[in-house]
Structure formats: C-alpha cells, structure tokens
Design a protein around this ligand. Structure first.
Ligand SMILES: [Zn+2]
Length: 143
C-alpha cells in the first residue's frame, strides 16, 4: 500500500484473493471502483467468443504471408547490394590505370636510354684512343 490507496498490483492481487488484508477496499470508494472496473474487464476478457478453427487458420495464413513477404524483402535487399558491389568492382577494374602498359612504355624509354648508355660505354671501352685524349677532340671540332 502506498499511503492511502492500493497500487494496481495490490488491486489485482485482491481480485485473485491474495491482496492486502487491511480492509481498505471497504472504506475507499476510489479503490472499490478500481476493483469493480478491473473485475468487469477480467470477466469481459474471460467471456470472449470461442476461437474457431477457421479464425486460427486465417491467422496462421496471415502470419505465414507476413513471414514470406519479409523473406522476399530480405532476399531482394541481399541481391541488390551484391550486384551493386559487382558493378562497382568492375567499374573500378576497368577505370584503373594499367600499370603493365605504362611500365612497358616506361620500360621502352628506359631501354632506349640504357641502349644509349651501353653504346657510350662500349665506345669508350672499344676505342683504341686513350680517354685522356677525348678533350682534345673538342679543340678540333668542325663548326
Ligand atoms: Zn483507496
């Protein structure tokens, strides 16, 4: 009991015969009214129409329909991102720079530079003229 009136739990306990034994329900009109109202609700709920087999079948079909609709929603949700991801990956692959091709071009440049360097090395090695005379060629270049 919370001060003056019974709590809802105490009223419900009273309806089931296990409530407080303080006699408050006999003195308090408000709590008496709550007890009567709750008693009426309980009787209304207990005297409901009997559940028919047809009602249960239609309820079961409605639940199965909702479950199936939800499953279809989830499948559609699952498939869409996969296709989006596949298309995004494909676009990424197709739009990505092709390093092998660039390397080939760069490799071609490197090969040309390398060939030039090797030619210079070969010429410097294979020349019978001493390297010390190379600056002398600058003195006699034709202009
Ligand atoms: Zn009361």
């Amino acid at each position: 009991m919370n001060g003056n009136h019974w709590t809802n739990d105490e009223v419900v306990d009273h309806l089931y015969g296990v409530g407080p034994e303080d006699g408050h329900e006999r003195e308090c009109a408000e709590c008496q009214w709550r007890i009567v109202e709750l008693q009426a609700r309980r009787e209304a709920a207990a005297s409901g129409d009997a559940v028919t087999a047809g009602f249960l079948r239609s309820q079961r079909l409605a639940i199965a329909g909702r479950i199936e609709a939800r499953r279809m929603e989830l499948q559609a949700w699952w498939r869409t991102p996969v296709w989006v991801a596949v298309m995004a990956a494909l676009a990424l692959v197709l739009s990505a720079p092709r390093p092998a091709r660039e390397a080939t071009v760069a490799g071609g440049l490197n090969l040309a530079q390398d060939a030039e360097m090797y030619l210079e090395i070969y010429q410097s090695i294979s020349s019978e003229e001493p390297r010390a005379l190379a600056p002398m060629h600058g003195l006699f270049e034709e202009q």
